[in-house]
Design a protein around this ligand. Structure first.
Ligand SMILES: *[C@@H]1O[C@H](CO)[C@@H](O)[C@H](O)[C@H]1NC(C)=O
Ligand SMILES: *[C@@H]1O[C@H](CO)[C@@H](O)[C@H](O)[C@H]1NC(C)=O
Length: 355
């Protein structure tokens, strides 16, 4: 059943900003911060092309994905252009793009400045990745460990430690758990107990990253999942309203997440760990698109915008005439413009949480 198939690959989100240099910067930071590297973990909101190299249906490495990326290059990023991780490393003055960890063309320099380990369809619940064949969060962590070992072989151990110490980790995951797996777990868990279970997995993940030496960690909250175009179509009734069920679950998860992460951080005064609110900025834009320069925020730019995502958004699918007027690129993911407006609105929160 086709619907079921593409439901398997939802997305998520994430990010921050920082320091010096880089020509033509879009974002001016209000704080003088210095970031050596950015390491990203999570799902399709922040997958920079890792899924191109694994056996999954959750890919975006064909047009029209990437149609505005470096003149029209599909890379596996789930957008028309730059993703939040790209805009974030640019804002931090680290580099212009964040590559995928599995990209064979990755350069030695990228070992030092960061990569994304994220995989479209991933989540903290093992059931999620069992269904989507995405790279589980635990495996993303192992990839990070290998990355650090390789870095230590390439440069002096002390220099490597210094890079990790001044790096930022970004985690954007949980959406696929809430959207895909929660309904399948309803015999075992109600919404609060499921949210609590996932939050505990997030805390373990933060702990592991901390043990590896990272001291600045941004965890993105869940977005308003019920307002993602495909979710409106499936659960929003004849008028495609935002679906309350998914939005309520996301809000409950977010309140647990915020509480628990804050509590965790009190035991680790050496760290700056924060939950970045990814829910309210999105819902504001979705409710008042014109205020933020968008014409459309209830469907994507690809095809009808109501259902097209992943392989349903392909080279035969027409796209909207001007994707800068659309907040959503496909049924789940944001346009480059959407990512950029979101980053603008969460930047201060990121800086305050991390520095
Ligand atoms: C920012 O920090 C760098 C390194 O610590 C320093 O050299 C520079 O002068 C600072 N810039 C401003 C505007 O404070
Ligand atoms: C597309 O929309 C943006 C934002 O409204 C506008 O600035 C730009 O000029 C438009 N491009 C074209 C080709 O119409």
């Amino acid at each position: 059943m086709l619907l079921k198939v593409f439901l398997l690959f939802v997305c998520s989100s994430f990010y921050l900003c920082s320091s010096s240099s880089s020509k033509g910067r879009t974002f001016i930071l209000q704080k003088n911060v210095s970031v050596s590297a950015v390491f990203v973990f999570g799902d399709s909101f922040v997958d920079q092309g890792n899924n191109n190299y694994i056996n999954t249906l959750g890919k975006g490495n064909f047009l029209p994905y990437g149609k505005d990326f470096q003149g029209g290059k599909p890379t596996g990023r789930f957008s028309n252009g730059k993703t939040l991780p790209d805009l974030l490393v640019e804002a931090f003055g680290v580099k212009d793009y964040l590559p995928a960890s599995l990209d064979p063309l990755i350069k030695d320099k990228d070992l030092q400045t960061g990569v994304s380990f994220a995989s479209g369809g991933s989540g903290f619940d093992p059931l999620t990745t069992a269904e989507t064949s995405a790279i589980p969060m635990s495996v993303q962590l192992d990839m990070f460990k290998q990355h650090i070992l390789k870095l230590k072989r390439n440069i002096k151990e002390e220099a490597a430690d210094n890079i990790i110490d001044n790096s930022v980790a970004v985690i954007v995951a949980g959406n696929n758990d809430l959207f895909l797996s929660l309904p399948n777990r309803r015999l075992q868990y109600d919404v609060p107990s499921y949210a609590n279970m996932i939050v505990n997995l997030v805390l373990n993940f933060i702990q592991e990253i901390y043990k590896l030496g990272v001291r600045r960690i941004a965890v993105f909250s869940a977005p308003p999942i019920g307002c993602l175009p495909v979710v409106r179509t499936l659960d929003g009734g004849p008028h495609r309203k935002c679906a309350d069920k998914e939005n309520n679950a996301a809000q409950l998860f977010n309140s647990f997440l915020t509480q628990q992460v804050q509590l965790w951080a009190t035991s680790y005064p050496q760290s700056r760990v924060g939950v970045i609110d990814y829910y309210n900025p999105l819902i504001s834009i979705i409710e008042n698109p014109h205020k933020y320069g968008f014409d459309v925020a209830d469907r994507g730019c690809c095809g009808t915008g109501e259902i097209e995502v992943l392989f349903l958004c392909n080279k035969l699918t027409p796209t909207c005439p001007n994707d800068s007027k659309y907040f959503f690129w496909d049924g789940f993911h944001l346009t480059e413009k959407g990512n950029s407006i979101i980053l603008y609105h969460i930047l201060q929160d990121l800086l305050n949480s991390l520095f």
